[in-house]
Write a protein that binds this ligand. Structure first.
Ligand SMILES: [Fe+2]
Length: 409
């Protein structure tokens, strides 16, 4: 991320600086950084020590209810019927995981009582439905539908949600770093001209919240594969200024500038973020391949070394058997997959697609949970065989209509 500053900071680091002039206490300088002191970092100026505790609360291990299917097949799950509930942290329900990434579904209906900080990983919240404000120690970050909200580890925060509005999020956790892809950046870190987004599309905290308040503030910190609670007697948002390269931000999927070619472009053209052993991609509405002989849908592909999960976020998925907005497919390693029968013929000559899909590909196998089992659609495995699955709908009209073309495979 680029350099950013909010609030007031002294001209130099490691110097005496006081909140209210001579006689007032020194500010507490805190560096928050990656890779020891060699990675990106931000320096924050607190009114009080961020180490100060009133009480140490309970530790609760994270429990993952793994579901080991009895067959290795392509899978479809419908996340729409999953019940809403809980707050933005307690309402998270795990769909899949490995050592590199976890994917949770969250449909919060309650406000957060306290504050949360991930102390062992970065998080990305994809806002399928909803909006609100992410209140953080770095300031306020407004978010809206189709935003990726990227929250670096170490960010104490609280979600503020409008009352009575539907929220439906995907939450990703990784012990690694969430970054824009290396190949989009120059040697100084700036995004290159050919990247599908620019620095202007990344929205930093806009307004600092500084409280010099005493009280009782519960902070839950994800550490050591569990949730540790603490009670502070000072408000955790006591920062008067900060600067650096680490801060939460939003990037809206509608700001992804899609690439297209005379012939089909492969999935890396849609890449949005990278992490260790995984990528996150955005399949955005776009013009399709324009050569008269072009096959506009992807070829069949064998994921011999990756797992592909696609979340169908918006668009018309009439062309895909059993798939609707809010569903996700898992095309695991070891099996070929591709367009369903009839879809390729139907899409010939189409000029655009209105699909919006979020894909995460992992290079190591994913493990599913009982939550996936509860909404699993086992018939999907047969959806490439019209003899087994009945007539496969392949578009909602006789002519290749843009609205029926989905390239997200
Ligand atoms: Fe695929």
């Amino acid at each position: 991320m680029r350099y950013h500053q909010l609030g007031s900071i002294p001209a130099k680091r490691h110097v005496q600086v006081r909140a209210n002039g001579a006689g007032s206490p020194l500010l507490v300088e805190e560096v928050l950084g990656y890779e020891g002191f060699s990675g990106n970092e931000t320096i924050l100026y607190h009114l009080h020590s961020p180490c100060r505790l009133d009480q140490v609360g309970a530790f609760r291990p994270i429990v993952r209810e793994e579901w080991v299917p009895d067959a290795h097949v392509h899978r479809l799950a419908d996340a729409n019927p999953l019940p809403a509930g809980g707050d933005p942290v307690s309402g998270r329900r795990l769909m899949m995981f490995n050592n590199d990434i976890e994917a949770w579904v969250c449909k919060p209906t309650e406000a957060m009582d306290g504050y949360y900080r991930n102390g062992e990983g970065d998080e990305v919240v994809y806002v399928h439905r909803g909006r609100g404000v992410l209140r953080t120690v770095f300031g306020r970050v407004e978010f809206r539908e189709r935003d990726y909200v990227v929250i670096p580890r170490g960010t104490t925060h609280q979600f503020e949600l409008p009352e009575g509005e539907e929220q439906f999020w995907l939450v990703f956790h990784t012990p690694g770093e969430i970054e824009t892809p290396n190949r989009y950046r120059n040697r100084y870190g700036q995004l290159l001209e050919h990247a599908p987004f620019s620095q202007r599309d990344f929205h930093a905290p806009a307004e600092l919240e500084t409280y010099d308040e005493s009280g009782s503030y519960e902070v839950t910190v994800r550490v050591r594969d569990g949730l540790q609670t603490y009670v502070l007697d000072r408000h955790p948002f006591d920062v008067v200024g900060w600067d650096g390269y680490v801060w939460p931000y939003t990037f809206n999927a509608d700001d992804f500038e899609p690439r297209a070619g005379r012939f089909h472009l492969p999935p890396p053209a849609h890449q949005t973020f990278q992490g260790p052993n995984f990528v996150i991609c955005t399949f955005a509405p776009r013009m399709l391949d324009w050569d008269p002989q072009a096959v506009t849908l992807p070829y069949h592909h064998s994921n011999i070394q990756s797992e592909e999960v696609m979340f169908y976020a918006a668009g018309d998925y009439a062309a895909r058997k059993g798939v609707d907005v809010g569903c996700m497919t898992l095309h695991p390693s070891g099996l070929p997959h591709g367009p369903q029968p009839g879809a390729v013929e139907k899409a010939l000559g189409a000029t655009s697609t209105n699909e919006l899909a979020v894909m995460w590909d992992t290079f190591r196998p994913l493990r599913l949970t009982t939550l996936w089992r509860d909404v699993d659609k086992p018939e999907y495995a047969y959806s490439w065989n019209p003899d087994k699955s009945g007539a496969i709908p392949s578009g909602n009209g006789a002519s290749p209509e843009a609205a029926a073309v989905t390239t997200s495979d």
